[in-house]
Ligand binder design. Sequence first.
Ligand code: PLP
Length: 488
Amino acid sequence: LDPEEFRRQGHMVIDFLADYYENVHKYPVRSQVEPGYLKKILPESAPNQPESLETILDDITNHIVPGITHWMSPNYFAYFPASGSTAGFLGEMLSTGFNAVCFNWMSSPAATELEMIVTDWLGKLLALPEKFLFSGGGGGVLQGTTCEAILCTVTAARDKMLNKIGKDQIGRLVVYGSDQTHCSLKKAAQIAGIHPANFRAVRTFKSDAFGLNPEELRKVVCADVEAGLVPLYLCPTVGTTSSTAVDQLRGLCSVAEEHGMWVHVDAAYAGSACICPEFRHFIDGVEGATSFSFNAHKWFFTNLDCCCLWVQEPQDLVNALSTNPEYLRNKATESQKVVDYKDWQIALSRRFRAMKLWMVMRSYGVANLRNFLRGHVKTAKLFEELMSADERFEIVVPTNFAMVCFRFNPKKEDRTTGPELDQINKLNMRLLEDMNSSGRLYMTHSVIGGEYVIRFAAGATLTEEKHVRCAWKVVQEHAEALLGEQKW
Ligand code: PLP
């Protein structure tokens, strides 16, 4: 690693990316390549001799960029946004540059201590109960993804319960979510050895805007208890993936408390918004939870990956996840005065993620972060308003944050079953595919209560009002073309 060559090449890559951001709106948002496209272009084996960065960047422009779906495009409205930012990028660059492998305090004290500080900062911004902060006996950790956070907490809950009721009782443990909960819960339960028959996706209803109702949960839990099973873990969601529904935290936590369950609140997408006082009410009731997480890499201007997890009792994670081989022994660990984050997560090695979160919070400041989030909510409102003026479209569920779920229903069918529903669903499938194939924007879909809905998720960093107006035009143009065809 030659510092001067690093400087030269580093500048080239930054220039390349600055040009990319300047031009990203020109690329088809959803990649339009066919499976296997790259294998046809690239050589069969690695080069024997070094190649210049210039040559490699040319290949990136010609072969890699066409195969990228442009999450940074201002016309990106799919899934949830990956709201990367300059500060997030530069923070990531610094941690990559230091390349520290921060498994325990000793392996990079600054990484651990900064992580403790930024998770406390963020916990305070979210007005999390003191018991989730280091200052209150709990604590936060930065993991890669929500999937990991859920797996770690399910594992901690499992071991805590089995220590009480006996290790051979694992077959009686039950995990609860709703039919709208992210699939990471099911995966975590599977990996943690919960019997597949003991995973409950409790039904939600349109009348509750697809949020999990405590009474529905109670019925299912009581039936399980009567059958001799042991309720273990409940995962309510604040901002579901399909429709940003919000589960009724307070009531759900009460049901869970009656049965001694671990409650993990998954606010992967919507958690960020709760730093704004006007949205904080969405997590009211979190004081009854055992753990809470959200993804800073979704809607908090922090480049992938960064899931923030807080737990009330860090020792539960440590009991389930720690190993202490001889080669990691050190004085700091033995003093018991430090946090060794390797014991709070699945992997041993870990990245210096706190750097980018710290950069984001310092470079923008809380007031700006709140205003960015409010801006995205306004963006979604604008799209909703434009759409509401055209009676051929329906907003399918209330818009809570910065996502609008809609469908095209020109004949105004109100049936929710039968051939009419099939026909509207197919029409919307076709509309979405046509829009995405045009490359002008990218949206994705979900099926909620049997209805195929198109999701417009605002929050991409470069989106401005003109892109939203243009997106609405794209929707209308494609919808009208379909009506003209009358094939559906
Ligand atoms: N939970 C919710 C509500 C989500 O929306 C998502 C992803 O969109 C996840 C969990 C999974 O997040 P990750 O990809 O970080 O595991």
